[in-house]
Design a protein around this ligand. Structure first.
Ligand code: IPM
Ligand code: MG
Length: 357
């Protein structure tokens, strides 16, 4: 039996995770699920955004399904008690260095994007974001007071070779798997090698690594240009690989190409494909508890979990097809609704996906 840790978290987390659990239950898998608090919910339950018991449960499980963390009401807490710290700590503790964020446009939603349909139709990008290094974790960091009394904030961007190489491998391997007949596998590595030494090294290591992948066409792009190209001509991209901070920003941008960030799942994997699965979006406290959030990113994250950690491609595809069917039937949550569609609540969207299974 596979063990799954369910960490609903804050804001809309509990309501969207409940829909994914409903879908998993409908598949009758040999799966045990145990719930635990994280983020603000962890702070409320145990005074810690990542309570020991939650971390232990995650360590003992084969995979983790997470909702989202964060709420404005915790913004005044000391930094180490804030919900986001719980998320960063669990990523680090589980060594989840490879964050996969697909940006896939469902044809039914072409009208929901702010870009012209012809620019985004058929879009299928995989952003591979390094998740346990970079300026997110580099030392020294902090806010201190200089001798002249002025305050100074410091963060440190750093990557060592092995960290770059292992995320590079993930990207090259995925590009090979995604290759369509008659097409070349492509990886675009995003850096700021014209200014930042950390990413100059990043580029060098990617070039070295590419020698082992002659079938893959490697290109490089500065992050500012990549941000522009994603809006100008997003279909030029297949797999993009980049560091933690650039990946954070570009994946939010890429999500909007698909109409709504409410559609995008993600997987965060360690070296053995143990993973944590979560929607790419946040906790949206402004709409929490109203049953209007879009649960599809979380449901699609459960599909990624079946694919990457449980090696159950058949059921992963079943979930993805059920989502497509629910969309084709016209069901839409508020964030993706367009004229002529049927606007439904979060839980109704979950029901529609279960019915479509
Ligand atoms: C994300 C989020 C997190 C990040 C925050 C909540 C710490 O924006 O998963 O993209 O910056 O990684
Ligand atoms: Mg982000």
């Amino acid at each position: 039996m596979m063990k799954l840790a369910i960490l609903p978290g804050d804001g809309i987390g509990p309501e969207i995770v409940a829909q994914a659990v409903k879908v998993l239950n409908a598949l009758n898998l040999d799966l045990s699920m145990t719930e635990a608090p994280i983020g603000g919910a962890g702070y409320e339950a145990a005074g810690d955004p990542l309570p020991d018991a939650t971390l232990q449960l995650a360590l003992d499980s084969d995979a983790v399904l997470l909702g989202a963390v964060g709420d404005w009401k915790y913004d005044k807490l000391e930094r180490h008690l804030r919900p986001e710290r719980g998320l960063l700590r669990i990523r680090k503790a589980l060594n989840l260095f490879a964050n996969l964020r697909p940006a896939l446009l469902y044809p039914e939603l072409a009208g929901a994007s702010t870009l012209k349909p012809e620019v985004v139709s058929g879009l299928d990008i995989m952003i591979v974001r390094e998740l346990t290094g970079d300026i997110y974790f580099g030392q020294p960091r902090g806010i201190s007071t200089l001798p002249n009394g002025e305050r100074e904030g410091i963060n440190t961007m750093r990557y060592c070779e092995s960290e770059i190489r292992r995320i590079g491998r993930v990207a090259f391997d995925i590009a090979m798997k995604r290759r369509q007949p008659g097409q070349k596998a492509k990886v675009c590595s995003v850096d700021k090698a014209n200014v930042l030494e950390t990413t100059e090294l990043w580029r060098q290591v990617m070039i070295e690594l590419s020698a082992e992948y002659p079938e893959v066409e490697l290109s490089h792009m500065y992050v500012d240009n990549a941000a522009m190209q994603l809006i100008r001509a997003p279909k030029q991209f297949d797999v993009m690989v980049t560091g933690n901070i650039f990946g954070d920003i570009l994946s939010d941008e890429a999500s909007m190409l698909t109409g709504s960030i409410g559609m995008l799942p993600s997987a965060s994997l360690d070296e053995n494909n143990k993973g944590m699965y979560e929607p790419s979006h946040g906790s949206a406290p402004d709409i929490a508890g109203k049953n209007i959030a879009n649960p599809l990113a979380t449901i699609l994250s459960a599909a990624m979990m079946l694919r990457y950690t449980f090696n159950d491609e058949a059921n992963a595809v079943r979930i993805e097809n059920a989502v497509k069917k629910a969309l084709a039937q016209g069901y839409r949550t508020a964030d993706i609704v367009t004229d002529g569609c049927k606007q439904v609540a979060c839980s109704e969207m979950g029901d529609a996906v279960v019915a479509a299974l």
